[in-house]
Design a protein around this ligand. Structure first.
Ligand code: NAP
Length: 263
């Protein structure tokens, strides 16, 4: 939290911001905004991880109870602006945030890091959903490196291939009959990823198109091994106007919001 005892004096209108987190960029933003005069930030986490990396400053944890619950929370907590910096696959939270902010007439911005793009030496098969990824696996081989996180692994439970499943926490849903679980959290190096592919005789990598640098090394490793990659496309946000793709873009946006509040 900023030292409000002194800095509030020079900012007649403080802007209170809810920062919907769950991504590295959200943590980066929380750290940057902690030193930003005229802006108070509350970060929000869904509470999925047993041992989350907490952002700087004030943090709340847990769902709001849908778009209506979020709307009430924003109103009761006198929030002036909403920043949606969730993971690109957190579609429900993003849609709830847009609905709640629109209903209250609150300014909002969505931070989405750019997606990964294939290079000429990549062998990517883009698919629209996790179910489509599961259906596509048999055409690529029998040994799969599954890196889609803990949620949604049950979609692969009926696939007969062998899986190396990587997640931060142990999945609680059904898993494929033949698998090994690898619990680890990024960032990962290319050497680390190459060793996994080689030591487990992997035929195909399955990933979401998360973007960012924390988990991108697996794509470089797959490229170096000439392996196919099934890439699940991002869910469509349904909006484009309020989207920025950098942390600095959000900070600049908030400065404009703060400027209008004090104008
Ligand atoms: P989701 O499907 O969009 O959201 C499901 C529900 O979880 C929301 O309706 C909301 O509950 C709650 N929720 C999600 N994000 C929240 C937040 N930041 N603060 C408070 N409540 C939140 O999201 P998800 O895919 O389950 O992801 C959950 C969290 O993990 C997100 O914060 C996301 O950034 C992070 N994450 C997701 C992925 C992924 O691949 N999906 C990967 C890495 C990190 P209510 O309706 O009750 O408000």
């Amino acid at each position: 939290m900023p030292d409000t005892s002194t800095s509030r004096v020079s900012h007649e209108h403080w802007v209170k911001v809810l920062l919907l987190g769950g991504s590295g960029e959200a943590r980066e933003l929380a750290e940057l905004l902690t030193g930003e005069p005229g802006i108070d930030v509350v970060s929000s986490l869904a509470g999925r991880l047993r041992n989350p990396r907490l952002p700087d400053g004030e943090v709340r944890v847990g769902g709001f109870g849908g778009a209506e619950g979020l709307r009430n929370w924003l109103h009761e907590n006198l929030i002036d602006a909403l920043v949606v910096a969730t993971h690109p696959f957190a579609a429900r939270m993003t849609s709830n945030a847009i609905d709640a902010a629109t209903a209250l007439g609150l300014p909002y911005v969505i931070l989405r890091r750019p997606p990964w793009l294939p290079g000429p030496d990549d062998h990517w098969s883009p698919v629209e959903s996790m179910a489509a990824a599961a259906a596509a696996i048999p055409e690529f081989g029998d040994r799969v490196f599954l890196t889609v996180g803990r949620q949604g692994v049950d979609v692969f439970a009926e696939v007969g291939a062998w899986f190396l499943i990587r997640a931060i926490d142990r999945p609680s849903r059904a898993l494929p009959p033949r698998h090994e679980l690898l619990l680890e959290r990024g960032p990962f190096s290319v050497e680390h990823e190459l060793a996994l592919l080689e030591n487990h005789g992997i035929d195909v990598l399955v990933t979401k198109n998360s973007g960012g640098d924390q988990t991108v090394a697996k794509l470089a490793a797959a490229r170096m091994c000439g392996l196919p990659v099934i890439v699940v496309d991002r869910p469509d946000l349904g909006v484009s106007a309020a989207v920025v793709d950098t942390v600095d873009g959000v900070v600049n946006w908030l400065r404009v919001v703060r400027g209008s509040a004090s104008a």
